[in-house]
Design a binder for this molecule. Sequence first.
Ligand SMILES: CC(C)(COP(=O)(O)OP(=O)(O)OC[C@H]1O[C@@H](n2cnc3c(N)ncnc32)[C@H](O)[C@@H]1OP(=O)(O)O)[C@@H](O)C(=O)NCCC(=O)NCCSC(=O)/C=C1/CC=CC=CO1
Length: 266
Amino acid sequence: MADTVLYEVSDGLATITINRPEAMNAMNTEAKVALREAVRAAAADPAVRAVLLTATGRAFCVGQDLKEHVASLTADREAGTGQTMSTVREHYNPILTALTEMPKPVVAGVNGVAAGAGLGFALAADYRVVADTAAFNTSFAGVALTADSGVSWTLPRLIGQSRAADLLLFPRSVSASEAYEIGLVNKVVPADELAAAALAVARTLADGPTVAYGALKTSLTYGAGHTLMQALEKEDELQAKAGASEDHAIAVAAFLAKEKPKYVGR
Ligand SMILES: CC(C)(COP(=O)(O)OP(=O)(O)OC[C@H]1O[C@@H](n2cnc3c(N)ncnc32)[C@H](O)[C@@H]1OP(=O)(O)O)[C@@H](O)C(=O)NCCC(=O)NCCSC(=O)/C=C1/CC=CC=CO1
């Protein structure tokens, strides 16, 4: 895996670190391919029980690398190919699919500004721990584009249609404190405590009841697009799965014994 994205698995926790600090972690082709492969690897590895997505330097990710993008658009025009925008299908959509479909919790440790597709990555996570110096910017309309990387789906679900329309039509940098107030993020910590705080949340989830967490994640996404009656059916199906897990038996036994459960992730 290329250096633009670092990948490490330790005790059931996969840490994926976007690593182009000199470019504010803008996504060039190399970084997009590396991130896509990293999230796919984490999703496919049964030893991985939770994922921490974070970044190096002062930004989390400013989205598409516009320097590479403009060069590609120019080449498109000269060759008449129109290939540039296929990156949504080739890179951004698979990244979002892997992050949101994997039945394991994903934590975003947002160390700095998240813009455009970078905002999409942060919002695709199941839990966001953010530095008090971080900021969030939809950015798309600022470069005459529409939303991608799932933002048209995640943003209104998190903060409501009206606020989402505001931030998409009039892009601006939303501070960490405002992001917390409007429900965009889960936890704000001092910048120098971000790495430890995000790791602590991710570690707790990696040590937790993996089958139940996977079912909760599936349930939340399913519920967002189905009726109550359909959600009840789905809950029935997923509860049967969680109830049959070893971790459920471990949890109940530990509760009755007044002990702390030691989960096995099955
Ligand atoms: C609001 C910002 C994200 C952060 O602002 P600030 O902290 O004040 O930092 P700046 O001074 O603006 O930037 C520092 C340097 O980084 C360069 N830079 C910033 N963003 C990018 C980028 N996306 N690509 C390349 N370079 C970038 C910036 O030019 C500065 O460089 P110099 O020091 O040399 O001057 C703010 O930076 C900002 O608004 N950035 C743009 C965000 C953006 O528009 N992102 C792309 C959105 S579109 C997208 O993500 C997805 C797609 C998908 C499909 C196809 C095509 C395109 O986009």
